[in-house]
Design a protein around this ligand. Structure first.
Ligand SMILES: Nc1ncnc2c1ncn2[C@@H]1O[C@H](COP(=O)(O)OP(=O)(O)OP(=O)(O)O)[C@@H](O)[C@H]1O
Length: 271
């Protein structure tokens, strides 16, 4: 038997999620350049189903560009992106933008913002009402959704954005830095809401985060990206039980996982 093991193929393999995890989103051979400068070149990725993936990496490496391409908000130059083997057009997704002030339609009352994706799907008025009522109850909303977005606090607006994204029962929920425009109190509130949503629905979530502690706290899977041209630096998995709370933050597993991610990140930014 030949004792020399050939690893030459390894770097070309798409970074696989562990066997126990089923891939929901597969990205193969993705290319994207801006003004001739590549951000992604022959990029491959598997994102696990029914898990929270947090995307973390150096400034400007292409985190938002990646989720925006997967969500179809911006075009990619080449490559395939599939959801459980289906195209984006065959998949229901939700997207929560970083800047809730620009994301909600200011001329629509909050309730009509939430109903909007349901009306787009052609749902009847009665079914729209029933779904909105369901969301109000599951989010325990106590403020009046008949008001306009500018009449709400930042946290309330972000909550309305999340309700709108969840209204059509998305298979995947994308969130691009959902906390970055919120104060600390609202960040904690929305973070717990996201955890509750995940526990209640098991929806695949892809979250871009700038805050490593927040990323690990929310994630089952931390996708660490390199500097441009962007590759996967590593996949780190964190399987702490939910609901996670303050004790999670001081647990050995959390501290170890965060340190591992920080190490991978620092190796990247020092290159
Ligand atoms: N529409 C565009 N036109 C030209 N360049 C762009 C465009 N969008 C993004 N870029 C460039 O692509 C790179 C990746 O941008 P992107 O916003 O995806 O990075 P990011 O990792 O999300 O950034 P940050 O860490 O600042 O949030 C950056 O260098 C950015 O300047």
């Amino acid at each position: 038997m030949n004792s020399v093991v050939d690893f030459s193929h390894v770097q070309h393999e798409p970074p696989a999620v562990p066997a126990a995890e089923r891939a929901h989103i597969t990205v193969r051979g993705l290319h994207k350049a801006f003004g001739g400068v590549p951000v992604y070149s022959d990029f491959n990725l598997d994102l696990p189903k029914g898990r929270v993936t947090c995307v973390f990496g150096p400034n400007g490496c292409g985190k938002s560009t990646l989720i925006n391409m997967i969500a179809g908000l911006i075009p990619h130059d080449a490559g395939d992106i599939l959801f459980d083997g289906k195209t984006l057009q065959q998949t229901t997704i939700g997207y929560v933008f970083q800047n809730y002030r620009e994301a909600l339609f200011p001329w629509m009352r909050a309730i009509d913002n939430i109903r909007y994706p349901l009306k787009l799907k052609g749902m009847s008025e009665a079914d729209c009402d029933a779904r909105v009522q369901e969301l109000i109850e599951s989010f325990d909303v106590r403020f009046d959704l008949n008001r306009y977005p500018y009449e709400f606090s930042g946290g309330q607006q972000q909550l309305i954005s999340i309700m709108r994204a969840l209204a059509p029962h998305p298979e995947v929920l994308f969130l691009d830095e959902p906390f970055s425009a919120l104060d600390y109190e609202m960040t904690l509130f929305i973070r717990e809401k996201l955890q509750e949503i995940f526990q209640a629905t098991g929806v695949t979530m892809i979250v871009v985060s700038h805050d490593l502690e927040e990323a690990v706290y929310l994630a089952n899977h931390i996708l660490l990206l390199t500097k441009r041209p962007t590759r996967v630096a590593d996949n780190v998995f964190f399987d702490a039980a939910r609901p996670r709370d303050l004790r999670t933050l001081s647990s050995d597993a959390f501290v170890r996982t965060k340190a591992r991610c920080l190490d991978i990140f620092q190796n990247e930014v020092r290159k």
